[in-house]
Ligand binder design. Structure first.
Ligand SMILES: Cc1ncc(COP(=O)(O)O)c(C=O)c1O
Length: 361
């Protein structure tokens, strides 16, 4: 059988296997009673990013839910792109807010700053940009807008572990930044996520996040504890944390490999509409736009190359069904295809992907 080129593929070696075995045998699998890998991962990720503090949780979705819970968005509006994974918007609903979807910039598919400006109302409380595919959004402009209109900036950096903006890692620029460590992500775990906090973070915010990730529990002292707010069971587990510690050690190297492949795609794929090359991007995926997507994906599949669609626009799902008119998002989402760019691709895999894209697009 011919080898299939997968769309996503985590980079693992014996280090992850050893770490997993150690936890399995310790019998301490949960973080509360565990052997400290969650706290260790939090410290290491915080240091890697350069953020003020970090709270590890069990998914990017949980990170978004909890980060937005600090912003009191009930009956308030949150501005976000519709071109994202549905969790970005779900997190607004979990907190009783109203998502206001805006269009993206056709060059890099990140949120369009002019569209944010036009959508600000008296009810706007948060701007929630997504670093699409790992390309950093225009954070200076967005942050200036937020300052001017007294809005809170919270970033969805699910794709952007290791991306940079103005020489600083994504995760350091705003109040709260949300990461996903889903198995397909650049830093992969079985399940996992994190929130990094920066700037004028109150001790109270950090305590709130820590309580909310574990059933509202605070002031733990041996077997005693207090519960003074509602929380969820969002704790990261020890297995994920131990894998994350190993994944973090190789993140810069694996991101560099992704970047090298992106450079080849942007030079050698004969399409005008494709993801731009950006040395600050983590390249979680690489997108192209094709006219006949169904045919193109079928041909790629016949050639054992897996491709994907990121994303169907959220405002079109029946749960949301908003009357937003987002011409660029709607046009792009009919043509967008993601190509494999993970670090396990060989040079001959990359040759084959480029040849097939040029032949079938
Ligand atoms: C942009 C974006 N936001 C949020 C999430 C949610 O992360 P998780 O799957 O870890 O809950 C994802 C994950 O796929 C994502 O791509």
């Amino acid at each position: 059988m011919k080898k299939k080129i997968k769309l996503f593929d985590p980079v693992i070696d014996s280090k992850e296997e050893i770490a997993i075995k150690k936890i399995l045998r310790s019998g301490f699998w949960a973080s509360g009673s565990g052997i400290g890998n969650v706290a260790k991962f939090e410290g290491k990720f915080n240091k890697y990013i350069g953020s003020k503090s970090c709270v590890a949780v069990n998914s990017g979705t949980a990170a978004l839910h909890l980060a937005l819970s600090l912003a009191n968005i009930k009956n308030q509006e949150v501005i976000l792109p519709a071109l994202s994974f549905v969790s970005t918007a779900n997190a607004v609903l979990y907190n009783g807010g109203t998502p206001i979807f805006v269009d993206v910039d056709p060059k890099n598919l990140c949120i369009n700053v002019e569209s944010i400006k036009k959508s600000i109302t008296k009810k706007t409380r948060v701007v929630l940009p997504v670093h699409f595919g790992g390309i950093p959004c225009e954070l200076n402009d967005i942050s200036n807008l937020c300052k001017k209109f007294k809005l809170i900036l919270i970033e969805d950096a699910a794709h952007a572990a290791g991306s940079k903006y103005k020489n600083k890692k994504i995760g350091t620029h705003s109040f709260a930044v949300c990461f996903s460590f889903h198995p397909v992500k650049n830093l992969a775990m079985p399940v996992g996520g994190a929130i990094t906090l920066n700037g004028n973070v109150k001790r109270d915010d950090l305590e709130k996040l820590k309580a909310r990730r574990w059933c509202g529990i605070s002031n733990r002292n041996e077997v005693n504890y207090q519960v003074n707010q509602l929380g969820w069971n969002y704790y990261m587990n020890e297995f994920s944390a131990a894998i994350g510690i190993e994944q973090l050690k190789k993140l810069d190297k694996t991101n560099m490999k992704r970047k090298k492949t992106a450079r080849r795609y942007s030079n050698e794929i004969n399409l005008n509409t494709k993801m731009p090359f950006d040395k600050n991007c983590s390249y979680h995926f690489y997108w192209i736009l094709v006219n006949n997507r169904q045919r193109f994906m079928k041909k790629m599949k016949e050639n054992n190359i897996e491709t994907g669609i990121h994303y169907y626009p959220i405002h079109k799902f029946s749960l949301y069904n908003r009357n937003h008119k987002l011409p660029i998002t709607e046009k792009i989402s009919k043509k967008i295809v993601s190509l494999p760019i993970h670090p396990n691709l060989s040079e001959s895999d990359i040759d084959k992907i480029i040849n097939c894209v040029n032949k079938f697009s």
